[in-house]
Design a protein around this ligand. Sequence first.
Ligand code: ZN
Length: 426
Amino acid sequence: MRVLKYTMVCLILAGGAARAFAGYTPDFDGGVDVKLAIQAAIESAASAGGLVPEVPGRAEPGQRVWVSIERSAAAALDRELFKSLPLAQNQRIAIYEVDPSELGALADGMHRALRKAPGFFAHDTLEAALEDLKAPPAQPARAYTVDQAQRVAQTLALVKEESIVSVIASLSSYKNRYYRGATGVDSSKWLQRLWGKYAEGRPDISVAPFKHASFPQESVILTMQGAAEPEKVIVIGGHLDSIAGGGDSPAPGADDNASGVAVTNEVIRALVEGGYRPAKTIKFIAFAAEEAGLRGSGEVAAAFKKAGVAVEGMLNLDMVNYKGSAKDIYFVSDNTSADQNAFLGKLIDTYLGYSWGSIKCGYGCSDHASWTKNGYPASLPFESMFNQCNPFIHKATDTLAQTGGRAEHALKFARLAAAYAVELAK
Ligand SMILES: [Zn+2]
């Protein structure tokens, strides 16, 4: 199985600091000037008589993709997927070029061998992938306060299990929500229509697709414009796509992750029903193509950073309806904001009374990682301990029937997300 393309440049870049090219020596652990590194590698390959790659830029849609992955994970999958050398690496992360058609197999391999999903980032350009070798930018300290008891109580009274069930049922009725497939596109369009209804009679609410150059499924963004400080933004969302092998396989993805989108929808619905107008802007986002390497959230978060959007907090909802462990909610402690996680714990203690703990999730484990690496405070409240999570995910059996047609567990996350919205967007 051909997975990894190989060029002379692979060897040269993988040589890292051992060689100096054209006046620039990339130090992949100390920081890389990406443009210089690429140019130096191209020049060096040319002078060595090796193959010269196209100058990195936006690839033909779907033609090429670069992934960043932990070297230890790549080593564990060595026999199946990583027979060639990485294009670049630091002590922890390696960059490989893979055929886009192999992304599903890679995600599958990670899920089966390492219980990670997806556990890597995929990019349209080598340049974007090389960014993952840099340390994430430092996050400015931020003060969190909990003092909106009345508004939180009013909103929580409007959060309902039935409407969460209804959205999970609708989304999981698609054969799959695969990011390259027709039903993946249809499910995004369906959500755009559903969210479009919230904008009726509310000029401060707008809904827009976020289009991705390399695949047809669109991310969906509902913006609730801030009344006092609209330039400050809170992001709440989860991934829209689902996967179970390939593009033709049934993947209802009821828990992974219709549940997270349904909870996101429920927060919007309750806030709109309560006539709530946030002081800061809230953007609710359903991300495309999470299962293929966090591609939707990666592009959205990078676009926000490039545009200088001041995201004050990101809440990722990914798998929230299967209660596999003793406690109600588990916060992922790695690649997230410790301060924001503590704030979320305080919201639970103050308003909800649920039990909570923390777990580790690993590299590139879900969409919060795309925001963390762009310097934004992000969190992932998860349904269970990792080793006790829903055993049906990424299978045709990830259905609403597995939870008896109920969304009792997801309701807890909807209540938490509603409190988060009210307390952070004040
Ligand atoms: Zn997921």
